[in-house]
Write a protein of this length. Structure first.
Length: 391
RNA sequence: GGGGUCGUGGUGUAGCCUGGUUUAACACAUCUCCCUGUCACGGAGAAGACCGCGGGUUCAAAUCCCGUCGACCCCG
């Protein structure tokens, strides 16, 4: 399923190829987020144009609305949303933690109220596998418990125990529902484990040992980007990544900014997902080779440059910052679409540049050149992430 | 020609009757900042009106009185 192509010699970065029922993913890869069966504002063909090979969708949202049975009846998620490539579905553990107004976690599962209509739902590890099976996901995630940054040690320890117990049930149930060697399919459906443990190295270690002892096809680091300082998140990811089997795909959930991704790639992470390119696209923040720019800033009101003079995306070929700013400020759909498109294109280009740099054995140098901080507080200050790679 | 209603930041309004607790309030828009397994959501902060104009009464006027200009309505 997962084949490592090239291991970087100065860092833990590697390129690889992950095969799924709906096709191959070249890693390191970024998955645009399509929570509600849509990568917001973008069509599948636009995603392909950006270079996206895999997208992420969501168990929680789709189970709440319109319901997995509904999508199954219409031919599964791929057909429903007209996306032919691989889909990874998140389990809903994070959403229960971040969205549900009321939730009660117990050993059997988690009882919560939908943030949409207030209906109560009960998610168990088995139910979450059922939902993802009905959706027709290529990569399934098991139900986990994701504690917040302010959670106490006891609470985190409990969540690690629970996540492991649920992972065991998930693995058992997955085995019974997905036969190995599913006949004519190009590749079997995959199932990844999730490591928790908050900001405690001891608990991260324990979670990693417990989860990696189970027969998963890949491993994810969860529970980061929940409000912790950036450096602490890096520290935990750097601590946890080496505890994961070297020959299996590693997925850092919910991360991140371009420099977060470069950092994590150097730690040996293969998969990423993050809402930033699309969410920020809708807010008028554009990732550029010169750093992030906020189109809402008055300074771009009459700026005739494209979002990023070095970018080859359709939005940059056609539109000025001034025009896109005007659209964004008027909440014009075209503006939301174009900046989202540009941002996804930027991320995809970043990933292909990363793969190319690793393949050529120059990732360390590449990262130094491109990995300077780029976050909101740095925009406009000359940070350079997306400068095109002189090869 | 007669009568009436209204005129308060960019926009829409509140306050006026019962003058002082008003550094003139609110919403949207504007300008900064924030958002990492989604949020066209939401949060933090800033700037912006000498209350149409002129005069009067009063210790004190967005508030009461007179005039004037403008918008709208009714009657001729």
């Amino acid at each position: 399923m997962f084949q490592i192509i090239k291991q970087d010699n100065s860092t833990s970065a590697r390129t690889g190829r992950l095969t799924t029922p709906h096709g191959v993913i070249d890693t390191p890869a970024f998955m645009p987020v399509g929570t509600e069966a849509a990568v917001k504002t973008l069509t599948p063909s636009e995603l392909k144009e950006c270079g996206a090979q895999v997208i992420l969708s969501n168990t929680y949202h789709l189970a709440v609305k319109p319901g997995e049975k509904f999508i199954e009846e219409l031919g599964g998620l791929h057909r429903f949303m007209s996306w032919e490539g691989p889909i990874l579905t998140d389990s809903g553990g994070y959403q229960v933690f971040s969205l549900a107004p009321l939730r009660k976690v117990e050993d059997a599962g988690v009882l919560f109220q939908s943030h949409i209509d207030g209906k109560t739902h009960f998610f168990t590890p088995e139910r979450v596998i059922d939902i993802q099976k009905a959706l027709g996901s290529d990569i399934l995630m098991p139900l986990d418990e994701c504690p917040g940054y302010n959670a106490g040690e006891k609470e985190i320890e409990k969540s690690v125990e629970r996540t492991t117990a649920w992972a065991k049930r998930s693995v058992d149930y997955f085995r019974r529902n997905f036969d190995v060697g599913e006949g004519l399919k190009p590749a079997p459906t995959l199932h990844f484990g999730i490591i928790q443990g908050g900001m405690s190295q001891e608990l991260r270690e324990r979670s990693a040992v417990e989860i990696t002892s189970l027969p998963f096809d890949g491993f994810a680091i969860g529970g980061l980007s929940v409000g912790e300082p950036k450096e602490l998140g890096y520290e935990i990811a750097a601590f946890t990544a080496p505890k994961l089997p070297i020959n299996q795909p590693r997925y850092l959930m919910g991360i991140g900014t371009p420099e977060d991704i470069l950092e994590a790639v150097s730690q040996g992470i293969d998969l990423f997902d993050c809402v930033l390119p699309t969410r920020y696209g809708r807010y008028g923040y554009a990732f550029t080779s010169g750093g992030m720019i906020s189109l809402r800033d008055a300074r771009y009101a009459k700026d005739t440059l494209p979002l990023d003079p070095e970018c080859h995306c359709g939005a940059c070929q056609s539109f000025s910052r001034a025009y896109l700013r005007f659209l964004i400020k008027g909440r014009e759909i075209l503006g939301l679409r174009m900046v989202s498109f540009h941002n996804v294109y930027f991320y995809m280009r970043l990933m292909s540049d990363v793969r190319e740099a690793i393949a050529k054995g120059i990732f360390g140098e590449f990262r130094k050149r491109r990995g300077r901080p780029m976050c909101l507080s740095n925009h406009g200050k000359g940070a350079r992430i997306g400068a095109s790679l002189p090869v």
